[in-house]
Design a protein around this ligand. Structure first.
Ligand SMILES: [Zn+2]
Length: 114
């Protein structure tokens, strides 16, 4: 059994899965990632998401959200599935986000994100 986990307040989500509407309404909002601090680009994602998983006690939990919360649920669950924000970008957008990051990278410790 694989172990997948992400944590953010109000607690961990173990084995998280995302449920999206069959025909989700997409929102285009600026999005960044702690892996590329200081950079962000508009990314299209469904505006509503439900994350199912388990808390630290093994109890099933569900978190639903719209807007920024929906975006965070999808972004973090993508990470535990090996998907990064760049996978949602075109090649030109990937070059752009790396350029943005390089401009400010020296402002962050080399151990970032620790
Ligand atoms: Zn990220």
């Amino acid at each position: 059994m694989s172990r997948r986990l992400w944590t953010r307040a109000p607690g961990p989500r173990l084995q998280p899965t995302i449920a999206l509407a069959a025909e989700p309404e997409e929102e285009i909002l600026g999005e960044g990632c702690l892996s590329l601090p200081g950079a962000n680009l508009p990314v299209s994602r469904p505006g509503f998401a439900v994350c199912h998983g388990y808390n630290q006690f093994g109890e099933p939990i569900k978190v639903a959200g719209t807007g920024t919360l929906a975006r965070c649920l999808q972004h973090e669950t993508d990470h535990v599935n090996g998907i990064v924000m760049e996978d949602h970008l075109t090649a030109a957008e990937r070059r752009d986000i790396h350029r943005q990051h390089k401009k400010v990278a020296k402002q962050y410790p080399s151990s970032w994100p620790a």
